[in-house]
Design a protein around this ligand. Structure first.
Ligand SMILES: Cc1ncc(COP(=O)(O)O)c(C=O)c1O
Length: 536
């Protein structure tokens, strides 16, 4: 692991550790001062107490801080995705492939800033570049040469983007890309895959997740808003298709002939975990959208600069019309963008006047600190193609290792991965092709496994069943060996619990998830029940 750096770490760490008594105090609302009940938020299953005991013991200070935070910010977190039960842990600092928390735990980080930190926490070269840029001003509000250099670096890595614009998040990138494509085609509808995540704006927060009952009752595919507050009028403009099923995708586009302006896709479907494209799906999608005059947008916010320097489009050798990017693009700072063929991007040309140009703006667009960090990150990756062999090799070691361990312990599981991104599904299926296949996974079992690993200081990716793990360039074979050891102990505990409950299990077939919970409480679902509930 890399040595720590002297330029800011000591005071920075102290500031982090000592602040807990001051930060929240003055801001607490009297109205909400009543302590929330622990375990009271969110819809995911609570991991069994047996599995979370060690985590809770090791995260007492995190628990205290979180209970204070929850009074003043919903769920005690900055983003819904950061919340998990029994409670999230609070970070102190990150270094290389590890994150250190306020309780003094050193945690192997396989989440890596939601995939943004390909070069690890606290990369020294990026940090120095940021410090250099700070001396020239943190925010200029005027275009600079740095911006041009950055766009050039992006174009070099991803040549399908002839013209590029920058923004601050993946959400903004997909929102603006979709508007640009709608303006270019003059069509209002957009198409997205069921289960795909493209950020947190209304157009794409559709059919992102649902329970198996809703899915099985649905006739075909329909846009279902993810959560409340999304107008039905927006859902009516969204066409949903199943990933990896080109015939169904073609039929659905046919039904909406001449209405769909843009089809946005995660080339590797990561909204519901990780699902690789199969049977030339992306290539056939390319042909289909071209034939129908639909702008094909590859959302590479997650895959960009990760699967390969040129992202999934280089990895699978497919050229989309437009691309969105973020995460790794900012070298750990907020930066995202979108780009594509010049004639499409030209609809943004401001000189035409407000009525004719498509609007894209943002006070912090192309923020110099982020651009300096991002440029350095891209330069490093461009100069080190071997980094991709390294992370993809570790990906093979980790994810195939997890599959072997689960198989050896006779735990029904499917580990899907592409390069350095992977996910464990506790399912009896031996192939995951689309979002609906993921509904077969036993979520309680996943949570028990995840929290058992975290209690032993391995953060196995984003804390959610439908999420995924990431590897960074700072991880080593030894790190992965250790992760596998911890994972194996968790598999063993899962197996033991399942056997115990199988012995105790009643012979009746349970039909509903609610009934399962009533009978088994916190215990993982025995396989017989799993099968019955899957058909419900
Ligand atoms: C494929 C994809 N698109 C868009 C987004 C949204 O990016 P952000 O969180 O920066 O808004 C994400 C975030 O995880 C993503 O994975």
């Amino acid at each position: 692991m890399r040595e720590s750096y002297s330029y800011f770490q000591t005071p920075f760490r102290n500031a982090q550790v000592n602040r807990d008594s001051q930060v929240f105090g003055d801001l607490e609302s009297r109205v909400s001062a009543a302590a929330p009940t622990l375990f009271s938020l969110g819809g995911d299953p609570l991991p069994s107490q047996k599995f979370s005991r060690k985590y809770l013991t090791r995260h007492k200070k995190s628990g205290q801080l979180w209970r204070r935070a929850v009074r003043i910010t919903p769920g005690g977190v900055e983003s819904n995705v950061r919340y998990f039960k029994p409670h999230p842990f609070l970070a102190d600092y990150g270094d290389g492939g590890y994150i250190y928390d306020v309780d003094g735990n050193k945690i192997l980080d396989l989440m890596m800033g939601f995939g943004a930190l390909l070069l690890g926490h606290n990369n020294r070269d990026i940090a120095l570049e940021v410090i250099k840029q700070l001396e020239s001003g943190s925010m200029l509000g005027v275009t600079s040469e740095l911006y041009i250099d950055y766009i050039q670096a992006v174009r070099k890595a991803v040549p399908s983007m002839k013209k590029v614009r920058l923004c601050n998040s993946g959400t903004e990138a997909t929102m603006h890309a979709l508007r640009t494509a709608r303006a270019y085609t003059g069509r209002d509808k957009i198409a997205k895959a069921e289960g795909a995540y493209h950020g947190a704006h209304d157009y794409v927060l559709q059919s992102l997740d649902m329970d198996s009952r809703t899915a099985s009752r649905m006739n075909g595919y329909r846009a279902i808003p993810y959560g409340r507050g999304i107008p039905k009028a927006v859902s009516d403009l969204v066409v949903i298709f199943p990933y990896n099923d080109i015939e169904a995708t073609a039929a659905i586009l046919e039904e909406n002939e001449d209405e769909v302006g843009a089809l946005i896709i995660e080339p590797v479907l990561c909204g519901p975990g990780v699902i690789a494209p199969k049977a030339n799906y992306l290539r056939r999608l390319r042909q289909l959208t071209r034939k129908k005059g639909i702008v094909l947008i590859f959302d590479e916010v997650l895959t960009g600069f990760r699967l390969a320097y040129g992202g999934a489009q280089e990895y699978y050798d497919i050229r989309p019309d437009m691309t969105t990017f973020g995460k790794i693009a900012g070298g750990g700072f907020q930066l995202a963008g979108f780009g594509g063929e010049a004639q499409i991007m030209n609809v943004l040309e401001p000189g035409r006047g407000w009525k004719y140009a498509t609007f894209h703006a943002g006070t912090y667009n192309g923020h110099p600190i982020s651009v300096a960090a991002g440029l350095k990150g891209l330069e490093i990756l461009g100069e080190h193609p071997e980094y991709y062999n390294h992370i993809n090799g570790l990906g093979r070691q980790l994810y195939s290792g997890l599959q072997d361990l689960a198989d050896d312990r006779r735990i029904p599981a499917w580990v899907e991965y592409v390069g350095s991104i992977g996910n464990v599904y506790f399912t009896t299926k031996d192939e995951i092709r689309n979002f609906r296949d993921t509904l077969s996974a036993n979520t309680r079992r996943w949570w028990n496994w995840f929290i058992h690993c975290l209690g032993n200081n391995v953060l196995f990716g984003i804390p959610n069943t439908g999420e995924r793990a990431f590897i960074c360039t700072e991880h080593t074979e030894e790190d992965i060996e250790w992760a596998l050891e911890v994972a194996d102990n968790a598999f063993a505990a899962i197996g033991k619990e399942a056997r115990r409950h199988k012995e105790k299990a009643p012979t009746v077939q349970l039909q509903a998830v609610g009934e399962q919970a009533a009978v088994y409480g916190d215990a993982p679902t025995p396989p017989s029940v799993e099968r019955a509930s899957r058909t419900a």
